[in-house]
Design a binder for this molecule. Structure first.
Ligand SMILES: Nc1ncnc2c1ncn2[C@@H]1O[C@H](COP(=O)(O)OP(=O)(O)OP(=O)(O)O)[C@@H](O)[C@H]1O
Ligand SMILES: [Mg+2]
Length: 237
């Protein structure tokens, strides 16, 4: 499937995003490359979700440019998982079938079961999706996203409302997808999770990209005062 136009790299050049007088992101320059996960961290309101939406093409910069590989908007192979998934009022399996069809892929039962198995939900294929627990629904959301066969999978705080066991299950699926070649771009408030999953860290504060560094280097020695306080668990206002 690698003959389709690539979404990557996604190149932000001096990108700003404002709504009226409110400047939400300013002067963001970064390149999201193929490879292991990129994780966005930063305080509430620092612009992580906005950056993800811009990278996906759901928002348009008010200044600067974003180039996304060779693919145009219609052929981008990307998917997103949010903090709280919204499931169709159907079985878990039917939710996957719907996602496969929407992506123009065959929704045969073998493919559906393979995707459900990938997230440990094969035994619950016939269960109404909205009756699943929060953790199970999030795993179903991941299977639904993977049904698109994405080149890039964006995750916006995917484990924010999950307990440690459900969080671990989601992290394992994300790590598995990354190992299978899916580019992960994820925001999180969980620094442990960022350490576990990230290859590189984009640290945002007050709408600016303060640091963009290999995860190991960032966590060992953030180069900005904001980064140091954030890693130390202090409030960055
Ligand atoms: N459409 C909009 N109109 C006005 N303000 C907005 C809009 N979208 C986002 N904002 C503001 O921009 C800032 C950044 O929002 P964003 O959701 O990107 O932050 P975030 O880093 O994802 O925060 P959180 O950690 O709470 O999810 C916030 O102060 C938010 O209120
Ligand atoms: Mg957010």
């Amino acid at each position: 499937m690698r003959d389709r136009p690539s979404t990557l790299p996604i190149v932000f050049d001096s990108v700003a995003f404002a709504v009226g007088e409110t400047r939400i992101l300013r002067d963001v320059t970064l390149t999201i490359e193929a490879g292991p996960p990129t994780v966005l961290i930063g305080p509430n309101g620092s612009g992580k979700t906005t950056l993800i939406k811009l990278a996906m093409g759901l928002l348009t910069p008010t200044a600067g440019t974003i180039r996304g590989g060779q693919s145009d908007r219609a052929t981008r192979r990307q998917a997103i998982v949010f903090q709280r998934p919204v499931m169709l009022r159907r079985s878990a399996g039917s939710n996957i079938a719907y996602a496969l069809k929407a992506a123009g892929r065959a929704a045969d039962s073998a493919t559906i079961m393979k995707l459900l198995d990938r997230v440990g939900l094969a035994p619950l294929a016939g269960r109404p999706a909205r009756r699943l627990s929060g953790g199970e629904q999030q795993r179903l959301a991941l299977a639904r996203a993977l049904a698109r066969d994405p080149e890039v999978l964006f995750l916006d705080e995917p484990t924010a409302s999950l307990d440690p066991a459900a969080t671990k299950a989601v992290e394992d699926i994300v790590a598995g997808a990354a190992a299978g070649g899916v580019k992960i771009v994820m925001s999180t408030h969980d620094l442990g999770q960022a350490r576990r999953l990230a290859n590189d860290i984009a640290f945002l504060a007050k709408g600016r990209l303060i640091e963009y560094a290999p995860a190991e280097r960032f966590f060992a020695a953030p180069s900005s005062p904001e980064g140091r306080s954030f890693v130390a668990g202090e409030l960055v206002i």
